[in-house]
Design a protein around this ligand. Structure first.
Ligand code: PLP
Ligand code: 3DJ
Length: 397
C-alpha cells in the first residue's frame, strides 16, 4: 500500500518548522515558495519590534548604533549559513538585478582584453537583459548558448563557447523553468580553465541547496532572499565577491555607501577596500532584518536537512504526477533538480487559473508550464498531495 501523506509528515524531522510560519488556512496548498516564500512568525515579531523600538525609539541614532553595519553583518551570516562563504565577501543590498549589473561590470573589469560574455538563452530574463546591456556599454559581445531546456548548461554545451575571448560566464544554479540544478563546481572549473570568471545567479538555490562558493573558487554570485530565505516581497538581495577579486572589483553605482569612509563626506571618492565597495546607497534596514530572520531559521534547520526534505518532497510530487500521466519537464534524478517541479500542459494557463480558484497556488510560466515550488521548511507532504490532486483534476477537464 502506498505511504500516506500523513505518515510521511509524521516521519519528517523538519515538520515542526511549519508552525514557525504564518499558514493561511483558507488555502488548500501554497506551492509557490519558489516565487515568494511564506512569512516566518519570527519575522513578523522582529519587524514589529523594529518599527516600535528601533525606528520609533532610536530614530537617526539607530544608524550609528547598529544599522550601518547590517549589510555586511547579515551578509556574513547569510554567507556562512547558506553559501559556504567566509566573512567579508557577501553584502545584503538592492535587488538581484541591480547587484547583477554591478557584478557584471566588476567581473568584466577583472579580465581586461577579453571581450565576450557568455550566457544561455534559457536564463532568467533579467540576467539576459543585463548581460546585453553591460556588453553593449563596454563594447563587448554576447555569446549565446542554446541548451536544451531540461538538460540545460552541461559542461559539453559550455565548452562550445569558451575560448581566449571569454571574459565572463553567467549561469543560473537552478533553472527557473525546468528546475534543473547545474554542476556549480564543475562548470566553475571549466570557466577558469578557459581563463574567464563566472557569475552565478543563486536565486532558486539559496537556502534550499547546499552551496560551497569558497570551496568551488566561485568568482562572483548574486541571489534573492524572497524565495527560500522567506524575507518577503522586494527584500534585499545578496552579492558575493571572492576575496581574491576584491581589490580589482569596480562597480558602476559607486555611491557614498561604497566609499572608504561613509560619514567623512569627502570631496574626492575613495572606494572602500572591503566588500562595502559593492554597496551604493542607503540600505533597507527592515528588509535586511527580515533576511536575518530567514537565514537564522535555515541555519537552525541546517541546509543539508532542508536539501534532504526537498529531494523527498519533489520525488513525492513527481510520483503523484506520474501516476496521473502528466508530462514532467524537471529532471528525475534528485541530484539534478532544485526544489520545484514543473509540468508541461497545452492549457497550462487555464489549468493554473482553475487551481487558484480551488485554493491551490502554483505558478504559470509562458507558454505551457506550471511550476510547483516546494519549500521544505513550510510545505508538508499533505499539502503536496492535496495540491497535486487539484492539479490532476483541473488538467483532466
Ligand atoms: C534566476 C532569477 N534571477 C533574478 C530574478 C529577479 O531578480 P529581482 O529580484 O531583481 O527582480 C529572479 C526572480 O525574480 C530569478 O528567478
Ligand atoms: N520577483 C518577482 C516579482 O517581483 C513578481 C512576481 C514574481 C517574481 C519572481 O520571483 C518570479 C521568479 N523569479 C521566477 O522564477 O519566475
Amino acid at each position: 500500500m502506498p505511504v500516506s501523506p500523513a505518515d510521511l509528515d509524521g516521519a519528517d524531522r523538519l515538520s515542526a518548522f511549519r508552525d514557525r510560519f504564518v499558514i493561511d488556512d483558507d488555502l488548500v496548498a501554497y506551492l509557490d515558495g519558489n516565487s515568494l516564500g511564506r512569512l516566518p512568525k519570527a519575522t513578523q515579531e522582529r519587524l514589529a519590534a523594529f518599527v516600535r523600538e528601533e525606528w520609533g525609539g532610536r530614530l537617526i541614532r539607530g544608524w550609528s548604533e547598529s544599522w550601518v553595519d547590517l549589510p555586511v553583518a547579515v551578509g556574513d551570516e547569510l554567507g556562512a549559513a547558506l553559501l559556504g562563504a567566509a566573512s567579508g565577501q557577501t553584502v545584503i543590498a538592492d535587488s538581484t538585478s541591480v547587484n547583477l549589473y554591478k557584478l557584471l561590470h566588476a567581473a568584466a573589469g577583472v579580465r581586461p582584453g577579453r571581450d565576450e560574455i557568455v550566457i544561455d538563452v534559457t536564463n532568467f530574463p533579467t540576467d539576459r537583459y543585463l548581460v546585453e546591456s553591460v556588453a553593449s556599454a563596454r563594447g563587448m559581445t554576447v555569446r549565446w548558448l542554446e541548451p536544451d531546456l531540461v538538460e540545460n548548461v552541461t559542461p559539453d554545451v559550455l565548452a562550445t563557447a569558451l575560448g581566449e575571448r571569454t571574459a565572463v560566464v553567467v549561469l543560473s544554479h537552478v533553472d527557473y523553468r525546468s528546475g534543473t540544478l547545474l554542476d556549480l563546481p564543475g562548470l566553475t572549473d571549466a570557466v577558469h580553465a578557459a581563463g574567464g570568471v563566472v557569475v552565478w545567479d543563486l536565486c532558486h538555490s539559496a537556502g534550499v541547496v547546499p552551496i560551497a562558493l569558497d570551496a568551488a573558487a566561485v568568482d562572483f554570485a548574486v541571489g534573492c532572499t524572497y524565495k527560500y530565505v522567506n524575507a518577503g516581497p522586494g527584500a534585499p538581495a545578496f552579492a558575493y565577491v571572492a576575496a581574491r577579486h576584491l581589490a580589482d572589483a569596480r562597480q558602476p553605482i559607486a555611491g557614498w555607501w561604497s566609499a572608504a569612509d561613509l560619514f567623512a563626506m569627502s570631496d574626492t571618492y575613495e572606494t572602500s577596500p572591503t566588500i562595502r565597495r559593492m554597496l551604493s546607497g542607503t540600505p533597507s534596514v527592515s528588509g535586511i532584518l527580515a533576511v536575518q530572520e530567514g537565514v537564522r531559521l535555515i541555519a537552525e534547520a541546517g541546509v543539508d536537512a532542508i536539501r534532504a526534505k526537498s529531494e523527498a518532497l519533489t520525488a513525492y510530487a513527481i510520483e503523484l504526477l506520474d501516476a496521473a500521466g502528466l508530462e514532467i519537464v524537471t529532471p528525475r534524478e534528485p541530484g539534478l533538480r532544485g526544489s520545484h517541479v514543473t509540468v508541461r500542459h497545452a492549457e497550462a494557463r487555464e489549468v493554473a487559473a482553475g487551481m487558484i480558484e480551488r485554493g491551490v497556488v502554483p505558478d504559470f510560466r509562458e507558454p505551457d508550464l506550471i511550476r510547483l515550488g516546494l519549500s521544505p521548511l513550510s510545505t508538508s507532504y499533505a499539502e503536496v498531495a492535496a495540491g497535486v490532486a487539484v492539479l490532476v483534476d483541473c488538467a483532466a477537464r
